[in-house]
Design a protein around this ligand. Structure first.
Ligand code: NAD
Ligand code: TYD
Length: 370
């Protein structure tokens, strides 16, 4: 049995990981630590908090005193570190918070964990999993081989640079202090509870409300889509079976252009509305409610500055060393995700109220159709 700290557990991947962990390792004690930024939501965790199967602490990983007291109180033997500022466009608009949380926050957590594990003599039994991104490797050309764990770091956005810096700090703690840490670098996740600032849920909720679908540039950029359940399974495997000091890439090998993804969302919605007439009265603004295609909403807009062309992950090391492979088919996974958003309108209405509207105005107000 482990005492586990999950940082960022109220975020998209964090919530999915908490649920997956609860099922896979029922005897572990889970303490979720999250600052509850705009990206957080605890609705899905409320039943677990209520029946005390997890403990929730609202707190900032930059708060060294709080982190120390949590380590003293709960004697963590596992840390799954997911807390981060995670959206590239926000990092372009305002990079400072990315340095604060992703770099300094990670450093504070590393130092607190190291001090605690040294003072209790448990360094050899503890594990610190640092969850990072493929964006640290930069951008691939269309014919380049996928990123491997030995690809050079070439971050292009303030977000990617801040995650790269945090990866380097983890690596330095391993080399210098024998920190029992592991790093995972994964590709773009999708699935339930993703904030509608990211591509797939943004396009989905815009289409349901009949708003334009803003594709950056010509839509030819490629992402390697990983279903969040495959990602969480891989994280659970790496933290127990990975070798400390090592990096593991996690990816779905599901490369798609943004144009293809957005068109697939549109076509799936068109078909679903045709098969379920009741949806038309719930989402009267959606073109599919009137028998038209959601594709009519697609608008190509000013590109993201420094927009990485392609990400692709070679996850063969993970498979070779642990047997873990990602298995969710992209079309099926996207279909399930669309169904989840159709069935959980209250969740995304709540998430997209208030401050979200101000972000949409800020990020998209100045983008012109191209
Ligand atoms: P998210 O933005 O949905 O959630 C991040 C969570 O961290 C939020 O709940 C937020 O409140 C919390 N947080 C932010 N600052 C904090 C602070 N200072 N102290 C404590 N909590 C804080 O992000 P996500 O998509 O769930 O990503 C989780 C991790 O996975 C991140 O480290 C991200 O870099 C990485 N990652 C995500 C993706 C993806 O496609 N979503 C891909 C690769 C890597
Ligand atoms: P995003 O979900 O922000 O993830 P990341 O930038 O970390 O890959 O974006 C995925 C891709 O979709 C990326 O190439 C940018 C593009 N995109 C759009 O074309 N329009 C949008 O409104 C958003 C949010 C993203």
């Amino acid at each position: 049995m482990h005492s586990v700290m999950i940082t960022g557990g109220a975020g998209f991947i964090g919530q999915n990981l908490v649920h997956a962990w609860r099922v896979a390792r029922p005897t572990d004690r889970l303490i979720v630590v999250d600052a509850m930024t705009y990206a957080a939501n605890v609705r899905s965790l409320e039943p677990l908090i209520a029946d005390r199967s997890i403990l929730f602490v609202k707190g900032d990983i930059n708060d060294a005193a709080l982190m120390r007291s949590l380590f003293e109180e709960y004697k963590f033997t596992r840390v799954a570190h997911l807390a981060a500022e995670s959206h590239v466009d926000r990092s372009i608009a305002d990079p400072e918070a990315f340095l604060q949380t992703n770099v300094f926050g990670t450093f504070t957590l590393l130092r607190t964990a190291l001090d605690a594990w040294r003072s209790t003599g448990t360094l050899d039994r503890a594990r610190f999993l640092h969850v990072s991104t493929d964006e640290v490797y930069g951008s691939l050309g269309s014919a380049d081989p996928a990123f491997s764990e030995s690809s050079p770091y070439r971050p292009n956005s303030p977000y990617a640079a801040s995650k790269a810096a945090s990866d380097h700090m983890v690596r330095a703690f391993v080399a210098t202090y024998d920190m029992p840490a592991l790093i995972t670098n994964c590709s773009n996740n999708y699935g339930p509870y993703q904030h509608p600032e990211k591509l797939i849920p943004l396009m989905l909720v815009h289409a349901l409300d009949g708003k334009s679908l803003p594709v950056y540039g010509d839509g030819s950029n490629i992402r390697d889509w990983l279903h969040v359940s495959d990602h969480c399974d891989a994280l659970l495997t790496v933290i127990e079976r990975g070798r400390t000091g090592e990096t593991y890439n996690i990816g779905g090998r599901k490369e798609r252009t943004n144009r293809d993804v957005v068109e697939l969302i549109c076509d799936t919605l068109d078909r679903t509305f045709a098969a379920e007439p009741a949806l038309a009265s719930r989402f009267p603004g959606c073109p599919a409610a009137a028998g038209a295609s959601c594709r009519s909403l697609i608008t190509y807009v000013t590109d993201r500055p420094g927009h990485d062309h392609r990400y692709a992950i070679d996850a063969s090391k993970l498979a070779r060393e642990t047997g873990q492979r990602c298995s969710v088919d992209f079309t099926a996974g996207l279909g399930r995700t669309i169904r989840w958003y159709l069935d959980n309108e209250a969740w995304w209405r709540e998430v997209t109220s208030g401050a979200y509207k101000a972000w949409i105005d800020k990020n998209y107000g100045l983008r012109i159709a191209v």
